[in-house]
Design a protein around this ligand. Structure first.
Ligand code: GTP
Ligand code: MG
Length: 665
């Protein structure tokens, strides 16, 4: 079936070419009609009041539109984040990273406006020297900025593969890309109950598998003995720990400090970071530099892609996934955090900063908390960082607990699964030992490391057929080798195992495995591994694909039924809405083809059939058609391949699950 896609801007372009300026509705009338939802907007509105589609006449630059369209739809290429490596070293080769580098400025953090203006200079062509926010806002309406933003996000999606080699010279860091962001204004919504209803409905829902034979046989799978961990094994359980939180809250500094305290960063390396950071006038970022390893990240003082590092606690082999906090890089945060078993939400306790993170439109604290909960993470440490900046005030700590606690509850976190730890990464208070600063003597709880050890071990799907979503591909052309990196979600592999590489549907043989850059004989569910493959063309292995058991292929589809929950503050979703569809490490352009029903948020039952749109905080059953097929499973069969995020204009507008594969490829 051929489906024609049309982004709002494209709709406009089409519309615009059919008009002469004299025919513009804005001139003739005091209203303009939205081409998507047909709502009549006041001429002063730059975007549709109902669905957010931009008003055409504001966009007068086709060069920019072409670029943006290419970014959104050129998703095939965006999936292949090829990283070429030699035997023991990896060299980042991310074409889009260099693209995004071109956008960087020298002004350090929070310089999105500079980027936007730079884009504007390049693409719209105003004179040089107009790169100020004033210039930007004077001539560019808000909706336009959103579009520029989104374009950049698409760029960054492709540049998200990161290897922190400088951190651990002997280790290879598997990594990640992608994102999302939502607006959460006003009161906390009851995301939890909505999601629970959605999940429940998925289990009991009217699943209509296009390939029932495939699904049935999956249930009959019998694992071989070697695939199951032996009880006698004393190795530490792997815990994938996502470090999330608002920009600048100190996630990388905290991660770097922890790694240093636990001996994963040598004194010599630390001295080097300190020296280099000071030289660049960024002395306070020395610990963050251990994770923010790219020149652009260091220059801007901002994490852009997820960094991966490792340390051992008493109970766990911890995989640290240090996420970017800036809203532009939420797509990257998503891919890292989808792998998480547990999470640390870092809060900046400083006056004004905690509040900024909680801001409904600009803050990422709420959005990250909502996202990780919707990824299935239910164990959380809230690291209340920068307590030194508030003189280790108990009152400030209590206020943060009370305000954020209410919101976390509304997201579905149980009080008993959330630990609150006051600390200071910079002053090394309460990280791996009890605080030495007397001003924190009022605190008698566990330190951060102890709190990590008190996480419940994650459950693993050892007895199910192999599933490994590919988040990164490493190619070594000289040796003709290709490795797929990612987290094993189910099953196990070892050297000699045959695997089916999707979506190319090619069988390959596992040559060798690496875990934390060490060769390992077997990879089992929960492990982050690099699987070196034989017998396959490197072009057939791509990020966003999946390694699976040859007898239990996962589905590859473009027409899906979803149950979605529209996030608080998001613009309505309409039939025909164009969205970015995110699922495990893949993303694709999607069009809402049908809104089947609205669901009652309390019971999950159908409240209204065939509504015209879905508003914020409503849940609904929708059908989406993707521009290209993706690897997918129904949520009831495989959670990780059935959890989706819908984004538009740089924001996450909905979270959901796949309830039915309508049409398989
Ligand atoms: P993004 O990844 O860009 O979202 O930022 P981040 O959360 O990783 O923050 P980062 O570690 O880059 O730190 C941002 C700034 O906060 C740096 O200047 C740090 O020195 C500072 N910082 C981090 N932890 C502390 C702390 O405990 N106390 C104080 N006073 N400053 C801190
Ligand atoms: Mg950071």
């Amino acid at each position: 079936m051929h489906v024609s896609f049309c982004l709002p801007t494209e709709c406009y372009l089409f519309h615009k070419t059919a008009e002469t300026p004299s025919q513009k509705e804005t001139i003739k009338h005091s209203v303009w009609r939205c081409s998507i939802c047909t709502y009549d907007n006041d001429e002063t509105m730059s975007s549709c009041d109902i669905c957010g589609v931009l008003h055409g006449p504001l966009l007068n630059n086709s060069i920019y539109d072409k670029k943006r369209t290419a970014n959104i739809f050129d998703l095939k290429s965006s999936r292949v984040s090829s990283t070429v490596v030699g035997r023991d070293e990896a060299v980042k080769v991310s074409s889009m990273r260099s693209d995004s580098s071109n956008l960087s400025t020298e002004k350090g953090k929070h310089n999105r406006l500079d980027e936007i203006n730079l884009l504007k200079n390049i693409e719209v062509g105003p004179p040089a020297g107009s790169r100020t926010s004033d210039n930007c806002s004077a001539s560019v309406p808000e909706g336009w900025l959103d579009h520029v933003d989104e374009s950049s996000v698409a760029v960054n999606l492709r540049s998200s593969v990161k290897r922190s080699l400088s951190l651990m010279p002997k280790e290879r860091n598997v990594m990640v890309d992608d994102s999302s962001s939502s607006r959460n204004g006003g009161e906390a919504n009851s995301l939890t109950s909505n999601l629970e209803n959605i999940s429940f409905a998925a289990k009991s829902g009217h699943s209509n598998d296009a390939n029932p034979g495939r699904a049935n046989s999956r249930a009959q799978y019998k694992p071989e003995k070697w695939m199951l961990p032996e009880k006698a094994e004393h190795s530490l359980t792997q815990l994938n720990l996502a470090i999330v939180g608002h920009v600048d809250s100190g996630k990388s500094t905290l991660s770097g400090r922890l790694l240093h305290l636990l001996g994963r960063i040598s004194q010599k390396e630390m001295h080097k970071y300190e020296k280099e950071a000071k030289l660049q006038g960024k002395g306070s970022f020395a610990y963050a530099w251990a994770l923010d390893e790219s020149a652009e990240e260091r220059e801007r003082g901002i994490t852009m892609t997820v960094a991966v590092a490792y340390f051992d606690s008493k109970r766990y082999h911890v995989v640290v996934l240090d996420s970017p906090g800036h809203k532009d890089f939420v797509p990257n945060m998503i891919t890292g955090a989808t792998q998480a078993d547990a999470s640390i939400l870092v809060i900046d306790a400083s006056i004004g900063s905690f509040e900024a993170g909680m801001d409904g439109t600009k803050g990422q604290t709420r959005e990250h908390a909502q996202l990780i909960r919707s990824f299935g993470v239910d164990q959380l440490i809230v690291a209340v960082n920068k307590m030194d900046a508030v003189d280790y005030s108990k009152e400030r700590f209590d206020l943060i607990i009370s305000q954020l606690g209410t919101f976390l509850r509304s997201c579905g976190f149980k009080d008993s699964s959330v630990s609150w730890i006051p600390l200071s990464a910079v002053e090394n208070q309460n990280l791996v030992s009890a605080p030495s600063n007397f001003r924190l003597s009022w605190y008698h709880g566990p330190n951060l490391l102890d709190a990590i050890d008190s996480f419940q071990p994650p459950t693993r799907e050892f007895s199910k057929p192999l599933i490994m979503p590919i988040c990164d591909v490493i190619k070594s052309p000289s040796q003709g080798q290709v490795s797929a990196c990612g987290k094993l979600e189910a099953g196990a592999v070892r050297s000699g195992s045959k695997v089916l590489v999707m979506p190319s549907a090619t069988i390959a043989t596992v040559r060798s495995l690496e875990r934390d850059s060490q060769a390992c004989p077997i990879g089992r569910a929960g492990d982050n591994i690099a699987v070196s493959l034989n017998g396959i063309d490197g072009n057939h292995v791509m990020a966003g694909g999946v390694l699976c058991h040859p007898d239990f292929p996962i589905a590859f589809a473009k027409h899906l039924e979803l149950k979605v929950l529209v996030l608080d503050g998001a613009t309505p979703i309409l039939i025909g809405s164009q969205l970015e569809f995110h699922i495990h490490h893949a993303k694709e352009a999607a069009r809402v083809a049908r809104i089947s029903s609205l669901l009652d948020s309390k019971t999950g039952k159908v409240a209204k059939k065939a509504p015209r749109c879905i508003l914020a905080k409503q849940s609904a059953v929708v059908e989406v058609i993707l521009q290209e097929a993706i690897c997918v499973e129904e949520f009831s069969k495989c959670k990780v391949l059935g959890r989706v995020f819908l984004r538009t204009l740089g924001r996450t507008v909905a979270v959901g699950i796949v309830t039915r594969i309508v049409e398989e490829q």
